[in-house]
Design a protein around this ligand. Structure first.
Ligand SMILES: NC(=O)C1=CN([C@@H]2O[C@H](COP(=O)(O)OP(=O)(O)OC[C@H]3O[C@@H](n4cnc5c(N)ncnc54)[C@H](OP(=O)(O)O)[C@@H]3O)[C@@H](O)[C@H]2O)C=CC1
Ligand SMILES: O=C1CO[C@H](CO)[C@@H](O)[C@@H]1O
Length: 366
């Protein structure tokens, strides 16, 4: 660690790494020192294009051929790993062994045992592990938490949905439809977020059991097998709270959450990739039915709530908060066990849902 600046290395030139490049530039406590790619040219091109739009104040990062070479560098404190899911176990273990802190994209692994190995390796090498869920770092969540009791009363039901319609080329070519790279398809890519939202609302209590179905499979042109392209699940918690989620690569953009209780409900419709405005909004609903003889009127009583926060690309945006928080942990030398813990819980629920779906919707106990 140089001074208190967290020096980042990127393992690959993934599309999402461009967003986090800018986030690191805006974080105030980090810089990108090196970017590795399978190809030297791709690393150079990525750096040139990012520098042109968002120059790193510390100068041009090193373009490195091969991921291993980046891990050997002394000017890297933390690595960002947006490699396809199936490659992460290998590279998280290598990064931890090289003493690098790890920000790992989601879903963190194919199996729970791989995820556990990753987290254990980071702990035993004294480095931080965190998954790349940006919305977990939005100030909206902390502001919304007290509203659960206020608008919902006792929570009974959570529904979440995260979808987009990828289109034909996506279905054929994207890593997300290749079982060798992203074995859980939309469950891994989108379900990770819907599960995170449910766990957040439940204070990270795990469900007792789940049932799930793959509603549609997609198979990329080079993929040896299909992956979930449309998926739904039902989660059963102790005390009777239930939750459901739906993910799809064939249903146009939606990011819906309802948190319902015995007093009303909260809704939001941009929980992962916030809509472009300077406010993060949610709505409390306490509707009532007015009955007077032959007149039956449902009265809507919405309360709009918000915090000031940009959706992305500004210093107070959630992805900037994420890398800033990570940089603060690295700078403090105090690892935060919360982040690996919730990543393991996410993976536990994800794999239970997949197991149920692969067994015709059989109930899986956790
Ligand atoms: N947290 C978030 O908001 C987001 C998270 N993600 C997650 O990040 C991951 C990457 O997504 P995305 O950026 O769309 O992916 P891309 O397809 O853009 O990038 C994947 C990168 O992995 C490297 N790679 C290494 N081996 C292979 C291989 N065999 N096939 C393909 N790529 C390979 C390549 O980098 P190179 O050639 O340089 O070595 C490639 O650029 C996904 O798992 C996704 O779930 C994605 C978007 C948003
Ligand atoms: O994590 C992600 C954020 O949302 C995208 C969809 O709009 C996903 O595909 C991506 O992997």
């Amino acid at each position: 660690m140089a001074d208190t600046t967290c020096r980042w290395g990127f393992l690959s030139t993934a599309g999402i790494a461009r967003k986090n490049w800018k986030a690191i530039r805006l974080s105030g406590n980090g810089t990108v020192s090196a970017v590795a790619s399978r190809s030297q040219n791709a690393a150079d091109r990525f750096i040139d294009e990012c520098m042109q739009e968002v120059p790193m104040s510390s100068g041009r990062p090193a373009a490195v051929e091969g991921y291993e070479a980046l891990l050997q560098r002394d000017d890297v404190d933390a690595v960002y790993i947006p490699l396809p899911t199936s490659m992460r176990l290998e590279w998280v273990l290598k990064a931890a062994a090289a003493g690098k802190h790890v920000l790992c994209e989601k879903p963190i692994a194919g199996t729970l045992s791989d995820a556990q190995q990753m987290v254990d390796a980071c702990r035993s090498h004294g480095v931080q592990f965190m998954d790349g869920v940006m919305f977990s770092h939005s100030r909206r969540l902390d502001a919304m938490k007290p509203d659960l009791a206020k608008f919902c009363g006792n929570l009974r039901r959570i529904t979440t949905q995260f979808t987009f319609n990828g289109g034909e080329e996506f279905n054929r070519e994207n890593i997300r439809t290749d079982s060798r790279l992203e074995p859980h398809g939309c469950l891994g890519d989108l379900g990770w977020y819907t599960i995170r939202m449910i766990l957040w609302a439940m204070d990270f209590q795990l469900p007792e059991s789940v049932t799930a179905r793959t509603l549609r499979q997609l198979q990329g042109s080079a993929s040896p097998a299909g992956v979930p392209g449309e998926f739904s699940a039902e989660l059963f918690f102790a005390g009777g709270v239930t939750a459901s989620f739906y993910n799809s690569f064939v249903t146009e953009h939606s990011q819906l959450v309802t948190l319902s209780g015995d007093a009303g409900y909260i809704s939001l419709d941009d929980f992962v990739l916030p809509s472009y405005s300077s406010e993060r909004v949610w709505t409390g609903h306490q509707n009532y039915l007015e009955i007077d003889n032959c007149r039956w009127n449902m009265q809507a009583r919405p309360t709009r709530r918000s915090v000031n926060e940009y959706p992305g690309g500004e210093p107070n945006a959630q992805e900037v908060n994420m890398v800033r928080t990570f940089g603060d942990i690295v700078g403090s030398g105090q690892l935060d066990p919360f982040w690996p813990e919730i990543a393991i819980k996410n993976q536990t629920v994800l794999n239970a849902c997949r197991e149920s779906a692969d067994n015709d919707g059989a109930r899986v106990t956790l």
